[in-house]
Design a protein around this ligand. Structure first.
Ligand SMILES: Cc1ncc(COP(=O)(O)O)c(C=O)c1O
Length: 391
């Protein structure tokens, strides 16, 4: 039974075996970084065990890259109706490396980078590290959903310069939107009108709840294929971030030709065991993922109930995709950095919304990919900490 399996990941067990999520703040519940507490799919473990048993850790075999590319081609066709030539799917170290490559090689020199906020935190730091200015464009929020402000995006793309990059995150971390076709098409118009480019981060694409459908942005039209560089990985849905493998998907001839000249430098970083794990995830990982999604679907609802009980003034919109949630606590007027506040006062590690952009003040990002007991304990502790804080 699904629930029973994922309910068994206790705090004691996680403190012993888990990665940074449970060790960076060793006295806190780890609800910050985007990892799940549920291990990975058994066929992936079997494939990795075979490599370990053989004891051979050489450079990547071309046949493993082909296997991964073919697994992704089949996944994209099955899940999204998107047909792609296998050789356009390139192995890279991770999605952040994909972003770096997109900025360095596929955006206009000296242009600014446009980021819709709240955003995944490195979108606001990596471009600066590469010498690029960032234009933040806050999303519009109603009681039910988040949407893009297309007029503001248009102005930002104009200001950013010809060939400037817009970072699209779909499904979006941290607000959990799974963007609809009409929204993506309206975005495409803005990008096209301004001669812009898109880095489409689709790392969370397999994590979509019933009611939503992931649409790969580059698959929408010739226009989007031409102005987009897509990056994806099995690392979030199957919990493989430490194995260091993602993909860069090139959907126009000029990018593919350029990649032939310089892509080796980037592809060399992809780890052989990560390539194998990605191949197995996309070809054999669906049954396990379906169970995880059913469990997470329960958790996103449970979070609503827990907040109503312990933090009744919180504003929360259930995510349509991803296991990251956005909780607006501004009504409580909590002091300082909310990551620090909850670590110190509730022993729960979350991400302060300000790290996701200026519009994130007063909010937090909270990861629900934990056993239900642990989610409940975390919110209960946070509720007590807030109640103890004088307003
Ligand atoms: C939207 C998004 N993009 C990229 C990353 C980082 O991926 P990688 O470890 O492959 O660089 C994450 C990790 O949480 C993420 O949520």
């Amino acid at each position: 039974m699904v629930t029973a399996q994922f309910d068994t990941y206790s705090i004691d067990h996680l403190r012993t075996v888990a990665g940074i999520k449970w060790s960076l703040f060793p006295d806190c519940i780890g609800a910050w970084v985007a990892e799940m507490d549920f291990g990975t799919a058994p066929p992936i473990q079997d494939a990795l065990r075979e490599v370990v048993d053989n004891g051979i850790f050489g450079y990547t075999r071309p046949s493993d890259v082909t296997r991964m590319q073919e697994a992704i081609v089949a996944w994209n066709e099955r899940e999204y109706g998107w047909t792609l030539p296998a050789e356009r799917i390139r192995p890279i170290l991770d999605v952040i490396t994909g972003l770096e490559a997109a900025i360095r090689h596929f955006s206009g020199e000296g242009t600014k980078v446009v980021v819709s906020t709240p955003a995944y935190m490195p979108f606001l730091t990596v471009p600066k590290m590469l010498g690029r200015e960032i234009i933040e464009v806050p999303m519009l929020r109603s009681d039910e959903s988040w949407s893009w402000d297309f007029d503001a995006l248009d102005r930002a793309m104009q200001d950013a310069g010809k060939g400037a990059l817009f970072i699209l995150c779909n499904p979006s971390n941290p607000v959990g939107r799974v963007f609809r076709k009409d929204e993506l098409e309206a975005l495409a118009e803005v990008i096209d009108r301004n001669g812009g480019r898109v880095f489409s981060d689709e790392i969370h694409a397999p994590i979509v709840y019933p009611g939503g459908t992931h649409l790969p942005y580059a698959s929408l039209s010739e226009t989007t294929a031409n102005h987009t560089v897509t990056s994806a990985s099995a690392s979030k849905a199957w919990n493989l971030a430490g194995l260091k493998c993602a993909q860069l998907v090139l959907t126009n001839e000029a990018d593919a030709a350029k990649w032939k000249e310089m892509g080796f430098l980037v592809e060399h970083g992809a780890a052989p065991m990560g390539i194998i794990a990605n191949a197995v995830a996309f070809s054999e990982g669906k049954p396990w993922l379906d169970e995880v999604l059913a469990y997470l679907d329960g958790n996103r609802r449970l979070l609503g109930d827990l907040l109503a009980e312990h933090l009744p003034e919180a504003r929360y919109i259930m995510p349509e995709g991803t296991y990251l949630t956005w909780i607006d606590l501004s009504a409580y007027q909590l002091p300082g950095d909310l990551g620090v506040f909850f670590r110190e006062n509730a022993k729960v590690a979350v991400v302060d919304g300000k790290a996701c952009g200026g519009c994130g003040a007063g909010a937090i990002r909270f990861n629900i990919a934990m056993s239900r007991d642990v989610v409940s304990q975390a919110i209960e502790q946070m509720g007590k900490a807030v109640a103890a804080h004088p307003r």
